[in-house]
Every structure is written in structure tokens, then in C-alpha cells.
Write a protein that binds this ligand. Structure first.
Ligand code: C2E
Ligand code: CA
Ligand code: CA
Length: 394
């Protein structure tokens, strides 16, 4: 694993690093012994003694602050330096919550010495960065805790937005959109918490809750639809799609509520398809195997062309609001909308235009042969109760 050039040899009593030195690597002891100590005045206090096969100075791999103690060979010793870049990538890409926890542990470990030995501008910058991470992470930890608690306290609620036949305006199906009915903050929109649920993996639990609730509500909701292919759409996040057991979970929920599989539509964005093409293809085919249908959400905001996606069994394309809303003013948006609809039809997909707010936009989309529309023009998302009340009041 290591070759001759990796090794460093230290004679007895030779110092490997001193307290205050910049730390950019750890050491693995191949042969010999190393003592770690701090000195005050003329007295030295030994903190630890390490021998063959042990690692020391590893904290430098994690936080780059100066060494808080001195390391010295107590006999002729051979060391293999382990450079920081070995773990730098892992650390940079790891979850901020984990990074924060690591920093808290390190800070405790380093104790008061950290503060006194880190007065250089570089170190101060490092500390500033760490406290920014800490602020962000603390917020995240409490939000993640809140989400978990909200699941157990049944604080989430589904709103349903109609997806209509563009021509008649009749309801073809619904999209289920989650909200958090927070005890003190009121109704919290999904944008404020879904991202964290995705980062932490809580989305898997939240996603199943959404799926279950949508299937439970469907018999009542279904009575508001027209046409012969009614559906309820549920959003699936990338993290959920790659979770073990998704297919059997979906099947279990459908069975529990006697949901007709063809009436459950799963919306996914292209991220997952682009990032893990083979895995996605396999799972999507299994979901299709259950009888569900799939929709590609937010189309146009990603980076892949539709041609690229044709190997996936996706029946519906949802054109993102970002192109629909400005399509009458922006030639660019209008062109994207037009060419996407054309291509979708060539690939035998039906198109839902998202974010239709005006009759003019609806008329323009009708001219382009778009089949379905979703947006405030047809109805904002509301809870099932409100739909039920509207019938009772009628
Ligand atoms: P999305 O899937 O693209 O959902 C459509 C969003 O556009 C909804 O926002 C809806 O309220 C909004 N919208 C619909 N028509 C109009 C319109 O005419 N004008 C405007 N300005 N907005 C319109 P919402 O409910 O805030 O949801 C935001 C996003 O949160 C969703 O975007 C989806 O990505 C995510 N989300 C919501 N519920 C869930 C869920 O249960 N699971 C997952 N994974 N994501 C969800
Ligand atoms: Ca969606
Ligand atoms: Ca969308």
C-alpha cells in the first residue's frame, strides 16, 4: 500500500511536529515509538505514547488548526505521513450535520488550547468558517428534529391541486402537495423543509407518509375527477427512489388502501435518472410493473434532453412553470415550450403545463396541443376537507 518514498525516519528524541505548527497530515507508525506531550516552562507533561501500527496527529486531517501538542520519537522511528487531501474530499462532501458534529467533538477534544493557539489570520478565518458551519448545522439539526417530531405528532397535511384537461377545464386528476401544519409557525410550505428531509434521508419516511395519505384520500378525491383515467400524483424525491424497499413499500400501501395501481402517478425529476441511470431504470421498471404510471416533473429546469430520457417508461411530461408563466412575453420560453411539447408527442408522452395563471396562457398552450394544465387558473392546492365542503355547500 505504501512505498519507500512514503516513509520518514526520525532519530531518538527528534521532534516530528511542535505545538503551534500547522497541521496538514497525520502519521502512521511503522516502527518505533512516539510520545505526545505539552510543556510549560521547563516541565513536560506526557499526554500519550504510541507504538507500531498506531495513528497520531489525526486531528489535523479534520480541521487544519495548529497542533496542540508536540510529538517526539523516543527511539529510532519510521513514520508514514497521511496527507490531509486523503480525507479532504470526503469531509467537504459529507453532510453538514456530520461535519458539525465532528467539529463539536474536535473542539471539545482540543479544549481551551484551540482558542489561545490560533491567533494567525488564517486560523481565525478557519474558526470563522467553522462557526458559520456550526450556525447552519445547528439550524439543520433542530429542523430535522422538528420534522421527525412532526411525523409522530401528525402535523403534516396534504393539499391537492387539480390537474385539468386544458380544453374543457375539467379535473383529470390531482397532485398531492405536502404542508407542515406547525404548532407555532403556522402552515410551512414544502420548500422550507423538503430539502432538509432529502439531505438527511427523512424524506423516505415523509415520502411514505405522503403516499399513504394520498392513497387513503383517493376514493373521496376521485369523485371530483372526470374522464376515464383519473389519477393522483405523488412526488418522489431522488433519495426515496434509491431507497431499499421502495417498490415493496409502494405495493404494500396500494394493497392496504385497495388503490388501483393505474390511478397512482409518481412524479420524479430528472436528477435521479441522470445521476444513477441504471439503478433508476431498474426501479422505474419495477414500479411500472406494479401498474403505476410515471411523470417527469419540472421538465426544462434540468440538464438532459428529452431524447436522453426516452429509455425510461415515462408517460407524462410536466413542463416547468418557469417556462409557462413567461411564454407570452419571452420568445425563448415560448420556443422551449413548443419544442418540448412536440418532442414529447413524438415520444408518445402526454404533457402537463405547470403554473398556468391566465386564460391567455391556456389559449396559447391549447394551440400547441398541450393536453393538461395545472395552475392557479384552475385551482390552488387545498386540503381534501375544502373539496368536501364545496360539495356539501353546493
Ligand atoms: P412541484 O412538484 O413542482 O409542485 C408544483 C408547485 O407549484 C406547488 O408548490 C404549487 O403550489 C405551485 N403552483 C402550482 N400552480 C401554480 C401557479 O399557477 N402559480 C404559482 N406561482 N405556483 C403554482 P408547492 O406546493 O409549494 O410545492 C413546491 C415543491 O415542493 C413541489 O414542486 C415539489 O417539488 C415539492 N413537494 C411538495 N410536496 C412534496 C412531497 O410530498 N414530496 C416531495 N418529495 N416533494 C414535495
Ligand atoms: Ca410535482
Ligand atoms: Ca413541478
Amino acid at each position: 500500500m505504501f512505498d519507500e518514498f512514503d516513509r520518514k525516519i526520525f532519530q531518538e528524541n527528534e521532534v516530528v511536529f511542535r505545538k503551534g505548527d500547522e497541521g496538514d497530515c497525520a502519521y502512521l507508525i511503522e516502527k518505533g515509538t512516539i510520545e505526545i506531550f505539552v510543556s510549560s516552562g521547563t516541565t513536560e507533561q506526557r499526554l500519550s505514547l504510541f507504538g507500531k501500527g498506531e495513528l497520531f496527529g489525526e486531528v489535523a486531517l479534520l480541521d487544519q488548526l495548529p497542533r496542540t501538542a508536540t510529538a517526539r520519537a523516543t527511539e529510532n522511528t519510521v513514520l508514514i505521513p497521511i496527507q490531509r487531501r486523503v480525507v479532504a474530499n470526503l469531509l467537504d462532501n459529507c453532510d453538514p450535520i456530520l461535519r458539525h458534529l465532528l467539529l463539536v467533538i474536535l473542539e471539545r477534544f482540543r479544549g481551551a488550547q484551540t482558542a489561545t493557539s490560533s491567533q494567525t489570520p488564517e486560523n481565525q478565518l478557519q474558526i470563522k468558517r467553522q462557526s458559520a458551519t456550526r450556525g447552519e448545522a445547528t439550524q439543520k439539526i433542530s429542523l430535522a428534529h422538528g420534522i421527525t417530531r412532526a411525523l409522530t405528532r401528525d402535523e403534516f397535511i396534504l393539499y391537492y391541486q387539480p390537474i385539468c384537461y386544458l380544453k374543457s377545464g375539467e379535473i383529470a386528476g390531482f397532485e398531492a402537495l405536502i404542508r407542515w401544519n406547525h404548532p407555532t409557525d403556522g402552515l410551512v410550505p414544502p420548500m422550507d423543509f423538503i430539502w432538509l428531509a432529502e439531505q438527511t434521508g427523512l424524506i423516505r419516511e415523509l415520502g411514505l407518509w405522503t403516499l399513504e395519505r394520498a392513497c387513503r384520500d383517493w376514493p373521496k378525491l376521485r369523485t371530483f375527477t372526470r374522464g376515464n383515467q383519473p389519477f393522483v400524483s405523488v412526488n418522489l424525491s431522488p433519495n426515496q427512489l434509491t431507497a431499499k424497499g421502495l417498490v415493496s413499500d409502494v405495493k404494500g400501501i396500494m394493497d392496504k388502501y385497495a388503490m388501483k395501481p393505474s390511478e397512482l402517478k409518481l412524479e420524479l425529476t430528472e436528477t435521479v435518472v441522470v445521476e444513477r441511470p441504471d439503478q433508476a431504470s431498474d426501479i422505474l421498471n419495477q414500479l411500472i410493473g406494479l401498474g403505476c404510471t410515471l411523470a417527469l416533473d419540472d421538465y426544462g429546469t434540468g440538464y438532459s434532453g428529452l431524447e436522453h430520457l426516452q429509455r425510461y417508461p415515462i408517460k407524462t411530461l410536466k413542463l416547468d412553470r418557469a417556462f409557462i408563466a413567461p411564454m407570452l412575453e419571452s420568445e425563448g420560453s415560448a420556443e422551449i415550450v413548443q419544442s418540448s411539447i412536440k418532442l414529447a408527442h413524438i415520444l408518445n408522452m402526454r404533457v402537463v403545463a405547470e403554473g398556468i395563471e391566465t386564460e391567455d396562457v391556456r389559449a396559447a398552450l391549447l394551440k400547441l396541443d398541450c393536453e393538461y394544465g395545472q395552475g392557479w387558473l384552475f385551482g390552488k392546492p387545498i386540503p381534501l376537507d375544502k373539496y368536501m365542503q364545496s360539495v356539501q355547500g353546493a
